[in-house]
Design a protein around this ligand. Structure first.
Ligand code: NOJ
Length: 720
């Protein structure tokens, strides 16, 4: 990366106090007129279901928006959130460049979470592909489209490890494992940023939410995080570190507190760890309104106090709370905040603007580029590939799938006809008309199907069909931000539909559309076939049919545990054993009214062939453990299998998880073919933290497991 330090210092030295503070201000457009609410509030309204996404898009398109141009001209705005069209971006940029005293260009941020117009599967879904190249590729197309619409920075990736399926935002990350989140996040950073941030199609990645947002108590959004430092460093921090190492140029502190100190004002987190220990010199931008919310947290007296704490802690830019713009001047003039502290924040803002090439080329897009950039056929193909690879075959009794080409199918459930719902949470740029529903895809393929809209249609359609397909699950508003659920079972309407379908005696295929693991014991027990399709994006219909008809052999594997009951949450594979591991006898760690085991474990997923594992070998070298295992495609169809390697430190100085993922590799295997897969686990990846936070090397017996999911029994012991 080019060094801009002299230019940054020089520019900073020319700035007035007001201009400096202006650079730290990010705002969004407010909507005026009949709908006099801020952009943030409008977003909230969409997320909590007061308005639909379609309504949101319509309002954004038609309502008069106030972009605070007067403030912009006066040098009081450094960045915008939520402006995603080339004409507006260029118009505002022109004001910044031509009408402000120093002509400093604006930075435009946007939530590009899983695609911009070409909406790809939600991150949780895509993580089930276990394929870094794919994650990078979809990140790249998101960047190409978003930058064409004027976006310079995306508030992604989210790598908040989440072990609690109740949390709605589990949909936005790569699930419950820390290694997987790190690999996923690093691939996204590369995809978003490309090989040179100054290129027009590169957008800065803003890693979030730092840190441990996914560990909120009881899976409730925004809730407290109280955990040991050992656990924080072993099970959460490595995912963020992997993204910093991959070069993410921005970081968003999380809403939550960690052990009593909200991340937004957490000096230890943002200065000691992020900047000093990890060497990060990019931009730290608060979450929306998070600085002002430190008052509600009960850690700041008022906005001014919150602003002071945040700037000292190292939060450079204020998203939407106006705390900096309202209070920093006074704080500096009163001598409460030294100007040098402010300068550091301003330098971070200028640095990312230089790196993005905004000073040389402030207008990085045009209406023409924008109009040609979206939803290209090649992007749709990638979206379809991603959707297919995300889907997890949970059950397939009697080989109901793949369907025969001439099978007569009955399709049920409103989600089968829905387009808007397929894009899932956080797909602001999505348009329902871009999306292909299941029914449309059936028509396009010339499939002989009947669609039942009412329960009264069921028997007639069943009589005339060979297989019944039920589209059930969650609405997209039921996952994502502010969408935690105290009950993660299927709703009554969907359960009744399934029951009625089963009553016909015809084989039932349940296709699940959801943003989190669901507790579906009724389905697991009675329905013959279950396909977890998640919220698959614009190519939902074709991708579902690719899997149902076996054009592609399903290969997705769960990156989150599916509990059998909500009350088991948080339920995750890398738990510790306790002195009395859950078992048959009464006095063991379990519930009276729920099984010990989950419904479907982490790493699990079926295909239309079967795989066997054998010949597991492990040896210790000077600085690593080397593992090899053979994987055989023992069935009759070619397929892709993700081989996984887990370890257990059997007797350590602190209790250790029963299993921890240490490596994975996806291999393509022809029917009957065997391949050897190797994993190299650096010894440093096996160490852990002691009571005093000293790092302890792993010693003694290490159990090494390899196989197709986290419950594999294939094991080798190695003495370290
Ligand atoms: C709140 C969310 O927590 C964060 O993830 C998002 O990027 C911001 N709002 C901006 O929309």
């Amino acid at each position: 990366m080019k060094n801009y330090e002299d230019k940054i210092k020089d520019l900073c030295s020319q700035m007035t106090l007001e201009e400096k503070i202006g650079q730290l201000q990010q705002c969004g457009p407010s909507l005026v007129g009949a709908f006099d609410v801020s952009f943030d509030e409008l977003l909230n309204m969409m997320f909590d279901g007061r308005i639909s996404q379609e309504e949101f898009n319509r309002l954004m398109g038609t309502a008069k928006q106030d972009f605070h141009e007067e403030d912009l001209r006066a040098g009081k705005i450094g960045s915008y959130n939520g402006v995603g069209d080339a004409a507006t971006v260029n118009r505002l940029q022109k004001i910044a460049v031509e009408e402000t005293r120093l002509g400093i260009p604006l930075l435009f941020g946007y939530d590009v979470i899983h695609g911009f117009r070409t909406v790809t599967p939600i991150p949780l879904a895509e993580s089930c592909a276990w394929e870094p190249e794919l994650w990078e590729k979809t990140g790249r197309i998101a960047a190409k489209e978003a930058t064409a619409a004027g976006v310079h920075m995306t508030f992604a990736p989210m790598v908040d490890v989440s072990k609690d399926a109740r949390w709605g935002r589990v949909s936005e990350g790569a699930g419950e494992d820390v290694l997987l989140n790190g690999v996923y996040g690093a691939a996204k950073v590369k995809g978003f940023q490309g090989d040179d941030l100054s290129k027009e199609d590169a957008m800065a990645a803003c890693l979030k939410h730092f840190a441990a947002y996914g560990a909120g108590e009881a899976g409730r959004d925004y809730n407290r995080v109280d955990m040991s430092m050992q656990r924080l460093w072993e099970e959460y921090m490595p995912a963020y570190k992997a993204c910093i190492d991959a070069g993410a140029r921005a970081v968003m502190p999380a809403f939550n507190d960690i052990n009593g100190v909200p991340c937004t004002v957490n000096r230890w987190l943002l200065r000691d760890i992020l900047r000093k220990k990890w060497g990060f010199d990019g931009l730290v931008i608060s979450d929306s309104n998070a600085i002002a919310e430190c008052v509600s947290h009960g850690i700041a007296e008022n906005k001014k106090d919150a602003a002071k704490q945040a700037i000292f802690a190292g939060t450079d830019m204020d998203m939407s709370s106006n705390s900096y713009i309202e209070c920093l001047k006074e704080l500096v003039e009163e001598g409460e905040v030294p100007e040098s502290v402010l300068d550091e924040a301003v330098e971070d803002v200028l640095r990312i603007k230089f790196e993005l090439g905004l000073f040389d080329n402030p207008y990085q897009t045009s209406g023409e580029r924008e109009s040609q950039a979206m939803l290209k056929e090649e992007y749709r193909l990638i979206a379809r590939e991603a959707a297919v690879k995300s889907m997890v075959l949970l059950k397939n009794e009697n080989d109901v799938l793949p369907l025969k080409k001439d099978a007569r199918i009955g399709v049920f459930g409103a989600l089968a006809a829905d387009k808007g719902q397929m894009t899932g949470a956080w797909s602001i740029g999505a348009r329902p008309e871009d999306c292909i529903s299941i029914l449309e895809a059936c028509r396009e393929r010339g499939i002989s199907y009947q669609y039942g809209e009412n329960l009264s249609d069921i028997q007639r359609i069943a009589d005339e069909s060979d297989v019944l397909v039920a589209a059930v699950g969650e609405l997209k508003e039921e996952s994502g931000e502010a969408a935690s659920r105290a009950d993660i079972t299927l709703n009554q309407e969907h359960l009744s539909l399934i029951k009625e379908l089963l009553g016909t005696g015809k084989p039932v295929v349940a296709v699940l559309f959801n943003g989190r693991p669901l507790a579906i014991p009724e389905l697991a027990e009675h329905v013959q076939t279950i396909v977890e399709a998640w919220h698959p994006g614009v190519e939902a219909g074709p991708a579902v049919l690719d899997v149902l008809y076996g054009d592609v052999n399903p290969s997705g594997k769960l990156t989150v545990t599916f509990p059998a009951a909500t009350g088991q949450c948080p339920m995750y594979y890398a738990h510790i054993n306790t002195g009395r591991p859950g078992g048959k006898s009464k006095f063991t760690s379990k519930y009276l009214d729920a099984p010990v085991e989950p419904l479907y474990p982490f790493g699990y997923g079926l295909s239309y062939t079967s795989y066997t594992y054998g010949d597991l070998k492990a040896e210790k070298t000077k600085d690593a453990v080397r593992v090899s295992v053979s994987v055989t495609n023992a069935g009759k169809r070619d397929g892709d299998e993700t081989a996984q390697c887990y370890v257990q430190d059997v007797a350590a100085k602190r209790v250790r998880p029963v299993r921890q993922l240490k490596g994975f590799e996806k291999v393509s295997l022809k029917a009957g073919e065997t391949k050897k897969v190797e994993f190299v686990i650096p010894l440093t990846d096996l160490s852990y933290y002691g009571w005093d936070m000293e790092e302890i090397p792993c010693e003694g017996t290490l159990r090494i497991y390899a196989g197709g999911d986290s419950r594999t029994e294939l094991m080798k012991e190695l003495i370290l």
